[in-house]
Write a protein that binds this ligand. Structure first.
Ligand SMILES: NC(=O)c1ccc[n+]([C@@H]2O[C@H](COP(=O)([O-])OP(=O)(O)OC[C@H]3O[C@@H](n4cnc5c(N)ncnc54)[C@H](O)[C@@H]3O)[C@@H](O)[C@H]2O)c1
Length: 272
């Protein structure tokens, strides 16, 4: 049975750990870390097979685990991803925005080859990445429009320099329009989907992003449009936010669980 180390014990990390604990994922969660000691001990107490809480994130991959699952932050990816691969462990990354930093992407991509290990990026809160990957070389344009309740956008770096006050928005308002590269920098906790789309398709500078705040919605909606010599695709995904973290969609959690379940299972693999 595969052994899992978990970095980040928030909304996604907790649900992944509970999925392992309840045997939905055939694995053992042996070591966990969160920069908040409260978060890691709260999670450990919920599990029937209590994992070891390590003292720093680098200690996760120095233990005998098969894979480290990151569900923490872009900074956490930048801090530990390389050492995970150097310690010959696979890695699943949720804070995908970190990979839009080209130097980070190149270092990790080379390390996968050098240490013969794999980085897994779950599809997260969107659908259709299987198709986008397949048509990558025939894509002319790709865009994503993300519509969320203003409270789901709170705390983003963008608002440090913007006059927009999320508390006073009364109707659908376009907050941001630009490239995925800009969006991931300005909305790091919100727009991992734009990062995933860029990495599957034609890069972060050619992927257009629109972010809309809608005070009358209770969903996180992503509309993806792609066109090229293969034809056209329009994908609309209406997600309910997770009850513990409105920035994270329920689908992102389910997608993480499914990716880890697939990694831990000997089975027929479905999908491109
Ligand atoms: N790929 C996707 O589609 C997708 C979707 C939703 C969220 N995410 C990303 O996944 C990550 C986790 O999401 P979440 O909803 O569980 O967030 P969360 O805020 O509920 O939990 C994050 C946890 O990680 C901890 N943490 C943060 N930085 C850390 C660090 N450097 N070292 C150790 N622990 C750290 C926090 O204390 C917190 O307990 C976020 O970066 C989020 O942006 C990705």
């Amino acid at each position: 049975m595969k052994k899992v180390g978990l970095l980040g014990c928030g909304a996604i990390g907790t649900q992944l750990a509970l999925a392992i604990d309840s045997e939905k994922i055939p694995a053992k969660i042996t070591h966990i870390y969160d920069k908040s000691k409260d978060a890691s001990s709260k999670l450990a107490k919920q599990l029937s097979h209590e994992p070891i809480i390590v003292e720093n994130p680098h200690l996760l991959s120095s233990n005998p685990v098969d894979i480290i699952v990151e569900a923490a932050s872009q900074d956490a990816v930048k801090d530990v991803a390389l050492s995970v691969l150097q310690n010959k462990k696979d890695l699943m990354i949720m804070s995908v925005g970190a990979l839009l930093d080209e130097s980070v992407y190149e270092i990790l991509s080379d390390a996968c080859k050098d240490f013969k290990k794999t980085i897994y990026l779950p599809s997260g809160a969107i659908a259709g990445l299987d198709a986008i990957k397949s048509v990558r070389n025939e894509l002319d344009s790709i865009s994503i429009t993300t519509t969320k309740h203003p409270r789901s956008l709170k705390g983003a770096k963008f608002f440090e320099t913007s006059d927009i006050n999320l508390d006073t928005i009364e109707a659908k308002t376009i907050i941001f329009q630009g490239t995925a590269k800009e969006a991931v920098f300005l909305f790091p906790a919100n727009i991992n989907v734009a990062a995933l789309l860029s990495l599957s398709g034609i890069g972060s500078e050619k992927t257009s992003v629109k972010i809309v705040a809608d005070p009358n919605t209770d969903k996180n909606t992503h509309t993806i449009e792609a066109a090229g010599s293969f034809g056209k695709m329009t994908l609309v995904i209406e997600n309910y936010p997770d009850s513990n973290n409105p920035k994270t969609s329920r689908l992102a959690i389910l997608s993480a669980i499914e990716t880890l379940r697939g990694y831990c299972s000997e089975e027929i693999k479905i999908g491109t």
